[in-house]
Design a protein around this ligand. Sequence first.
Ligand SMILES: Cc1cc2nc3c(=O)[nH]c(=O)nc-3n(C[C@H](O)[C@H](O)[C@H](O)COP(=O)(O)OP(=O)(O)OC[C@H]3O[C@@H](n4cnc5c(N)ncnc54)[C@H](O)[C@@H]3O)c2cc1C
Ligand SMILES: NC(=O)c1ccc[n+]([C@@H]2O[C@H](COP(=O)([O-])OP(=O)(O)OC[C@H]3O[C@@H](n4cnc5c(N)ncnc54)[C@H](O)[C@@H]3O)[C@@H](O)[C@H]2O)c1
Length: 474
Amino acid sequence: MTESLETDVIVLGAGAAGENAAGRVVSAGLESIIVESALVGGECSYWACMPSKALLRPGTALAEASAVDGSREAVSGSLDVPAVLRRRDSFTSNWDDASQVQWVKDTGIGLVRGRARLTGERTVEVTDDAGTRVTITARHAVVLATGSVPVEPPVDGLADVEYWGTREATSSSEVPGSLLVLGGGVAGTELAQAYARLGSKVSLVARHGVLDSLPAPAAKLVIDALEADGVEIHGNTSPERISRDESGAIVMDLPGGQRLAGDRLLVSTGRRPALDGLGLEELGLDPNSLRTDDSGLVAGAANWLYAVGDAAGKVLLTHQGKYEARATGSAIAARAHGEIGFGEPPAYSRFTATADHTAVPQVVFTDPEIAMVGLSPKDASARGIRVSETSLPLSVAGSSLFADGYTGWAQMVVDEDRGIPVGFTFAGPGVAELLHAATIAVTGQVPLDRLWHAVPAYPTISEVWLRLLEKYGL
Ligand SMILES: Cc1cc2nc3c(=O)[nH]c(=O)nc-3n(C[C@H](O)[C@H](O)[C@H](O)COP(=O)(O)OP(=O)(O)OC[C@H]3O[C@@H](n4cnc5c(N)ncnc54)[C@H](O)[C@@H]3O)c2cc1C
Ligand SMILES: NC(=O)c1ccc[n+]([C@@H]2O[C@H](COP(=O)([O-])OP(=O)(O)OC[C@H]3O[C@@H](n4cnc5c(N)ncnc54)[C@H](O)[C@@H]3O)[C@@H](O)[C@H]2O)c1
């Protein structure tokens, strides 16, 4: 038997983006049903941001205490691995989504559990594990917030060995004796350090370099730290073959005859939007090249289909997905109330995710951290913006108080025609909390001669702002 439901807005996927889209339309007076096939809360809560940061934080806290004369002497032991894993489990609520389900209920959002598929315009069919079907029709819109899936690299033999993805690495209850990591992006780098500090012998294989899309001096600080943690880095290479040997170890054959072996293999080689099996092709849409405007509206779908978060494939970060979802939720509600039309709303209105283009903040939560926002000199030049780059070692009174022998780096990218900063990168211990000031300066397009009057408190690490402006020439 098929149950039929009707609502204003159907949201597919109850990750961070889906929750925010549904929450936004409900707070604007519309009804919404969210459909989820796994845990309400999605990847970030259970298998990505939260558990990975919970695995990293104890190692960073220990390193911070060990980096200061006086407290260093009080550090007498190493990480307590069972306690670290227990704390990680508490951050994932032991993979129980009851509290997030309660939030959905309290917010007035309907929840249907099962796998959703679009069966027509504004119509979704949901099938749960027992085979029960529910058909839901939306009066206004359907939002795709189905997240992303890992990309499996085409490596000979990989499909025949059992390996970890980031889900297994973030939820593991064991710390392997040795771990091979394939992929030197943010996920591979963070998890390589987490496991090295928990006691694994880690080898990291990166097709290009480690964090190679980030400014080289910042990436170098992280590479040095990984090596100090005992991580063996194999850069500019990719395995020719992966197999399992007679002892049960996973073996990676690199070009040139080098062979690496480990108890476990983590593959973290990127992600792509999870749009397969949603019925998009039947609606004349290509899941491999879905295009959305800045309100999330999908091109070619007659003004009823939206995509947000990883599913939209623009920026694969939780905070940016939530931001897109707030814009989309507001746009859907305003359109339903006849307040705006279906043309793309103006940039920087609350109906658009304008910052996706110019001011995306990201933190790499290794020790040292890398925190960046906005455009790199290369990004800016590609957009035809005439920029200057100012960079220096991060060395101010606040940093030397933070840690003995503090090493860091900072960069400011300035649009020379407009006299405004368009990008910042900070690398070093404790720099993540410097980032929001930079995000505000970039998003607010604060002129440098006004930024000069934003005086950093003494003695904080933020004094690096003053050093950057002085070096720039103010
Ligand atoms: C290891 C790792 C660490 C990360 N750390 C950070 C970090 O520190 N900070 C940060 O900003 N970002 C981080 N990210 C990225 C972040 O996890 C994602 O950007 C974020 O989870 C995307 O949220 P979302 O709501 O778009 O998708 P998801 O959280 O993936 O949610 C999508 C939901 O849709 C459901 N779903 C899918 N298909 C269907 C269907 N057909 N029917 C019903 N339900 C469906 C899924 O079950 C899932 O719950 C990390 C990623 C990884 C892999
Ligand atoms: N702190 C954070 O914000 C955070 C942490 C983890 C993940 N994430 C997000 O999750 C997404 C996925 O992370 P990710 O690190 O898997 O993706 P990524 O795209 O950042 O990095 C993938 C890496 O794998 C490498 N690679 C691909 N194929 C390879 C091969 N055959 N051999 C060797 N290397 C290969 C790529 O060169 C790249 O360096 C990213 O968009 C990232 O921003 C964010």
